[in-house]
Write a protein that binds this ligand. Sequence first.
Ligand code: SIN
Ligand code: CO
Length: 393
Amino acid sequence: MSEFKLNPAAFDVSDFLRNDWQKRPRIIRQAFLNFADPISADELAGVALEPGVDSRVISSKDGQWDLQHGPVEDYSYLPDQGWSLLVQAVNEHFPPAQALIEPFRFLPDWRIDDLMVSYSTPGGGVGAHLDQYDVFIIQGQGRRRWQIGSPGDYTTITPHPDLKQIEGFTAELDEVLEPGDMIYIPAGFPHAGESLSECINYSVGFRAPSQAELLSALADYALDNDALERRFKDSVGNDNSNAKPSGWHLDENALQGFRQLMRDALNDNKLLDEVICQLLSQNPRPPLLVWPETAVTESGVKRYLQRYPSLQRAVGLRMLTTDVAGQRYGLVQGQRFELTDASSQQLFTLLLNTHLQIATDNLLELNLSSAALQLLTQFINEGFWFVETEEQA
Ligand code: SIN
Ligand code: CO
């Protein structure tokens, strides 16, 4: 797998974090020296056909936009120009592309969403739009013109129900990117990219949940776990004011009662932390879990480790660690596991940092405690990690 390293002469991480990150767009010329695409256009089209992969073809001709959801088997209906194939989470489905995420680990891993890769024909693009995500876009093969404006109150248009664009913006940056160049666009900055030749672009997107998403996650969590069950109580009759019931009129007093009830729901830090960890440890694109045919036991797992060279990680699995009252926990796809001893913590760290397959020798070297072995057994039974047997290979 080839490595990608940011060119320190072009990109100073601390300077970037201090001056640009989430503040202003930036063009970084030759962010990657001698950039070599980790995927070809044909390979990208192949990834787009795989199960669980989210892809779109966006085309425009004479101002008419069209969008087709993948998997797209046949591109012959498209002209030679004016369209792009966009494929989400290519890092999860095409292992060599994961290497392009690595240089961005100067930001917390849990902020990273995915690597979206696009292939465009000349004139291809998705039109002027805003993203809710901070994004680094790396220019692979070809050349692309990028125009970026300032945040503002733009009118949204939807030339196709699944294609959100904005009406014109004034470009404050207007530059052509060459292979190895990179552009950083903070969330909310209007932009448009138009290919000047056949080209490939890599977008490293950073997840930033909105208040609405967080509150929706809180509500889901509370409903699933019988939390936040306090209900509205009338103040009528309690305030000695002899106030009459106010018919269908919702008065200030009642509104205040509802507002307070909602605010009180946000006072429990323990609950909020559980919701945050659950949300951030889940991939918004469901992972492709692979369950064993029959549940494995701990001694069965020991035999696996002896017999097979590697364990595979389910595609798209998300994990993180957190501390609660001094105790370390590991979260996998929203499920929380207590990491009770040093061995379990070592195991979790190793699994966390291994994106694809893990050599069983590395696991054996850890000399797993019985708690750690139990944990690994649970992970295998949950379909998080699996052995690729001859039948599956
Ligand atoms: C792309 O077409 O590669 C990127 C689209 C975007 O601007 O988000
Ligand atoms: Co964009």
